[in-house]
Design a protein around this ligand. Structure first.
Ligand code: SF4
Length: 324
């Protein structure tokens, strides 16, 4: 899945993040297998969509890649440099290259700071520029994300949801990052506003050659922005390929189910509807064999006992299913 021409900007291999859970003072502690062996890469100027239902571990992937959480196992490389075990001090300059946009723009913005101050804070913490230079940079960022310079003095509650997400984007751009992790960045917005924010992110990518890891629970949301897509289920990637292949030739039954919920703009074309039964099982005690067998319409005996490896189904197309 790597083009081989040059090292990917971000490379994640065998990433695991397990959280210990105390069950009770007499019982042994259990673990939440939030991320359980995830590998992917993102090239410069590229968007990888990471999709799955809530609780599948996709946000934990984002936070672990950013080293906001320490990985349990695996490797994270940024521009070929292994950052998996860097100390807090050594991570500080690396953080300039990797930023995050959160799902809920309201709770991620300090309500007591003006919008301009929120963005400026990024520059101040990293000791960049004089106060005047920082103000100029913030004004430039506001205009770049479609806000007015005059709005720098307004507070988060004075903005609409879409505008607040634009403040979040300006803040993420402040340090000229190379990679931005969007953790469900448009999920809390109305559909029409979602399109505007996605278009803004795509314009910024074209202009600044940014790379995105775009996390969402809905394939329809990542369709427009992604070059490649990884589908996650219960801590693992179950299908990973380019966008066109995923939408026209999905191979994993879970991808099929997610796709069947995506509306097709042409009323003459119908997609087979797959309604998933039940919820995602608990990551504390994932089902044996294929984690998806409890909800898979095609599950057979082998699926309950043997875990299917993620294997090459076609060129640059990985699938983990015994039937493929
Ligand atoms: Fe379904 Fe079996 Fe394939 Fe898992 S391995 S997705 S249970 S058919």
């Amino acid at each position: 899945m790597n083009d081989g021409a040059r090292a990917p900007l971000l490379e994640v291999s065998g990433l695991k993040k397990h959280f210990p859970v105390k069950k009770g003072w007499l019982s042994p502690s259990a673990k939440v297998y939030a991320v359980d062996g995830v590998s992917f890469h993102i090239n410069q100027g590229e968007t990888l969509g990471l999709v799955g239902e809530s609780g599948c571990g996709k946000s934990t992937v984002g936070r672990t890649v950013l080293r906001l959480l320490d990985p349990t196992e695996g490797n994270i490389k940024l521009q070929g440099r292994d950052i998996t075990h860097l100390s807090k001090t050594d991570m500080r300059p690396v953080r300039r290259d990797m930023q995050i946009i959160f799902q809920d723009p309201y709770s991620s913005l300090n309500p007591r700071m003006s919008a301009g101050r929120i963005v400026e804070e990024m520059l101040r913490v990293h000791d960049i520029g004089t106060p005047i230079e920082r103000q100029e940079r913030v004004a430039e960022l506001f205009e770049r994300v479609g806000l007015r310079k005059a709005q720098m003095d307004s507070f988060p509650h004075e903005f609409s949801g879409g505008q607040r997400q634009r403040i979040g984007i300006a803040r993420a751009l402040a340090l000229n990052p190379k990679v931005i992790i969007g953790d469900e960045p448009v999920s809390a917005l109305d559909v029409s506003i979602q399109a505007q924010v996605i278009n803004l992110l795509m314009d910024l990518q074209a202009e600044l050659n940014l790379s995105y890891l775009f996390i969402a629970h809905d394939l329809a949301v990542v369709e427009h922005i992604s070059h490649r897509i990884a589908v996650m289920y219960l801590g693992k990637i179950v299908e990973y390929t380019d966008k066109k292949t995923l939408f026209t030739n999905p191979q994993h039954p879970y991808t099929e189910a997610l796709l069947s919920a995506v509306p097709i703009p042409d009323p003459t074309v119908r997609r087979k509807k797959t309604i998933l039964q039940g919820d995602v099982p608990s990551p504390i005690n994932p089902p044996p064999g294929c984690h998806f067998h409890t909800r898979c319409p095609y599950a057979e005996e082998r699926c309950r006992a043997e875990e299917p490896p993620l294997t090459e189904f076609g060129p640059d197309h990985l699938v983990s299913c015994h039937l493929r």
